[in-house]
Design a protein around this ligand. Structure first.
Ligand code: ADP
Ligand code: MG
Length: 696
């Protein structure tokens, strides 16, 4: 049995290591930087860098890297070794404060959405001291932000940090009004539950679609899928269990609080949840978690599939983004309080979220928009593409009473008057769960379930922090000038509920009725990435981001371009992969099937012209007709991919969605139909059954 407390964080330059290794005044200066954003002296940085280097070398590191999160959605690193030439051909191991604080990777190949012209191609990376440095694979990794020379952010960390500042500022204004003078900082917290699939690596390698696209582009359903629901929370197979154990250990070494692991609904699907932390660190940790999931899987001869919808007809994977706000005094601002006064404060924050989600459905939808997630949202197991909010019966009743100035009959069946001044203590509604809601209140936090499993959680939390900050600002402005504070609170809360309760929905989010009902309520139903993204660059959204200093106009446009550009690239690769698989794998196999049927027919006729041949003729007819359709559709797809219109990125993305995707779907249908009907030995790739039941 390993000593877990000793293992935990052993590869992290964390608080304990800093305290132990840094001179007192240096440690204090660094804490000032971490807590209050005070910039670091070069001399101080030199001492920190030297201490980091000594620590890292003791742990076996030879290199360092500025670890950053460009707009590709994954992390980037460029390794430099610590060596510098010494005397007489020797080397010294060095690492300066300058190297710690700032890096200049030649990063011209990262997407910048046009921000970085080639003449100023180099961006720079800047240390984010709020996220600890760590050692991964013999390299000291320094979490950094990535910016252009003009100072525009080219990554996901910078706007996330900015959004954390924005919500801190506005939440503090509200707390001051409630007399919470001891609170000096409010942080948004996140615990992202990560879903993933594990399959055998030998099988994985035989599927070009999985290798190139991380999802299957073809595949007839297996006789058994997830209908028995015998996988969810089921016992762990030994191979999976060994994998999870090793993964936990790797994550613990990196100081990641991996906590819960279990089997998910679909065969071969699993989940890992960490204990929540600040949004910035949770985002860094989630990126590391996804990376480690793949690395450890390879060691166990498995492949970890993070795609949102790797298999048709089987649950996709999401990332439940559990989000809340907490103070440096340890108070969770989304926890209903014990007294009427505390509940007034809770209601202000709750209503800020309510208004924010209703007003900015588009931005939340955008934060979960990707080519992969388009297959999941609106599928039967995933939240629909419509944003709504679930509060639980109890809380929804409380809000209704406030709106109607009516008496609230609580759980105890006694009538209580709901002015905020006399708000009762309402029970936590944690048992009341609605798994179909994209945005659910779960007792003391909100769970945003739309985020895709492969995506960074940065964008979702940038949006959440920004839109809630904006509502808190609006409320603060109304409350700060009020003579009768509690009266004003009452009014603000009531107004929010009256204006925005159309977003509250407690029913079945997967039903067709909801789509109609949502339309009647005027809620947005942005079905795909292409439908959602144009909202990003609406003037009011650009103003919102500018108001809170999250993005300037150039940065919003750059992100809009990058997301749509990535969408086009993904579908293009998927289309090309399909064409390639049809030409090189499926067509030869289908020819063999027909050949075999013909041979059988001829042989039978030779034996006797009267011998019954219905099985062969009918099947041959069917396969031959499908073979022709496959040939034609594949040609059409091939041509469609060769004739992508020139023009702006939205035109191209729309073309992929409207012209290319339907051809891909049609092609798949024909191929799957033959697969369902064909001999096992002729089929050139592992079947769905082979894949999803590959871990014995
Ligand atoms: P579930 O029933 O959805 O699995 P859990 O209580 O296990 O709910 O929590 C799921 C995730 O929510 C975990 O990652 C947990 O750390 C996180 N979480 C709990 N409290 C908070 C909070 N205040 N802020 C953010 N995330 C939280
Ligand atoms: Mg959950």
């Amino acid at each position: 049995m390993k000593n877990i407390p000793e293992l935990f964080g052993s590869m992290v330059f964390n608080e304990n290591v800093m305290k132990e290794r840094l001179p007192k005044e240096i440690y204090r200066a660094l804490k000032q930087t971490i807590n209050n954003g005070v910039s670091l002296d070069r001399d101080v940085a030199d001492i920190i860098a030297a201490a980091m280097k000594d620590w890292a070398i003791e742990k076996g590191a030879t290199h360092f890297t500025h670890w950053f999160q460009p707009m590709t959605g994954i992390t980037a690193e460029k390794h430099d070794s610590f060596i510098t030439p010494g005397k007489n051909g020797s080397v010294l191991m060095e690492f300066s404060g300058k190297e710690l604080i700032k890096g200049e990777p030649d990063a011209s190949s990262f997407p910048s959405g046009g921000i970085r012209a080639t003449f100023e191609a180099r961006g720079y990376t800047a240390w984010d001291p709020t996220s600890y440095a760590f050692i991964k694979d013999g390299t000291l990794c320094i979490p950094t932000a990535f910016c252009s020379y003009g100072g525009e952010s080219l990554d996901k960390k910078t706007p996330l940090l900015r959004s954390m500042e924005a919500i801190n500022k506005q939440a503090l204004r509200i707390l001051r009004l409630f007399g919470k003078d001891d609170v000096t900082r409010v942080v948004s917290t996140v615990g992202p539950e990560q879903e993933y699939f594990l399959i055998d690596r030998d099988i994985y390698k035989k599927r070009k679609d999985l290798v190139y696209c991380r999802r299957t582009l073809f595949g007839a359903p297996a006789p058994k899928g997830q209908e028995m629901e015998d996988h969810y929370f089921g016992h762990l197979k030994p191979r999976v269990s060994a994998y999870m154990k090793e993964l936990d250990e790797e994550l613990w070494k990196l100081g990641i609080l991996a906590k819960t692991k279990h089997n998910e609904a679909a065969p071969a699907q699993h989940e890992l949840a960490p204990i929540f932390t600040t949004t910035n660190i949770a985002t860094d940790h989630n990126q590391l978690t996804m990376e480690m999931m793949k690395v450890v899987a390879a060691r166990h001869n498995m492949a970890c599939i993070l795609h949102e919808k790797p298999f048709e007809g089987i649950n996709g994977s999401g990332k439940h983004n559990n989000w809340s706000l907490s103070t440096n005094t340890g108070e969770n601002l989304l926890e209903p309080g014990k007294s009427p006064h505390e509940n007034a404060q809770f209601l202000v924050f709750l209503c800020a979220v309510l208004s924010a989600v209703h007003k900015h459905q588009d931005l939340l939808r955008i934060s979960a928009a990707s080519a992969g997630n388009d297959h999941r949202l609106g599928g039967h197991e995933a939240p629909p593409a419509i944003i709504s909010m679930f509060l639980g019966t109890e809380l929804a009743e409380v809000l209704k009473s406030i709106k109607n100035d009516s008496d609230y009959t609580g759980m105890k069946k006694e009538t209580m008057k709901i002015g905020v001044t006399a708000l009762p203590q309402f029970p936590k509604d944690s048992t009341d769960r609605n798994r179909t809601s994209p945005f659910a209140f779960t007792g003391n936090k909100f769970e945003f379930r739309m985020v895709g499993s492969a995506d960074s959680v940065a964008c979702a939390n940038i949006m959440l922090n920004t839109i809630v900050a904006d509502e808190l600002q609006i409320m603060a402005e109304k409350l700060e000038g009020a003579d009768d504070f509690l009266g004003a609170v009452n009014e603000v809360v009531k107004q929010a509920i009256t204006d925005h309760d159309a977003i509250i929905f407690d029913g079945d989010g997967y039903s067709d009725d909801w789509v109609k009902e949502a339309e009647r309520r005027g809620l947005l139903n942005l079905e795909s990435t292409v439908d959602a993204l144009p909202h990003f660059i609406k003037p009011e959204n650009i103003e919102l981001f500018k108001r809170h200093k999250i993005y300037n106009e150039t940065e919003v446009h750059a992100r809009y371009e990058i997301i749509l550009e990535e969408y086009c690239k993904i579908i293009n690769i998927e289309g090309l992969t399909m064409v390639d698989m049809v030409k090189k794998d499926y067509t030869p196999a289908i020819s063999k099937i027909q050949r075999c049927l013909c041979d059988t027919l001829i042989a039978k006729k030779k034996v006797s012209p009267d011998i019954p041949c219905k099985a062969e003729t009918v099947k041959l007819d069917r396969v031959a007709a499908l073979a022709d359709k496959i040939f034609e559709t594949n040609n059409d797809l091939d041509n469609a991919l060769k004739n992508v219109p020139k023009g702006d990125v939205l035109t191209r993305a729309t073309y992929y969605r409207k012209t290319v995707c339907p051809l891909m779907e049609e092609l798949r249908r024909h191929v799957d139909e033959i697969e369902a009907d064909s001999d096992r030995e002729f089929w050139p790739v592992p079947s769905y059954g082979d894949i999803i039941f590959s871990i014995k």
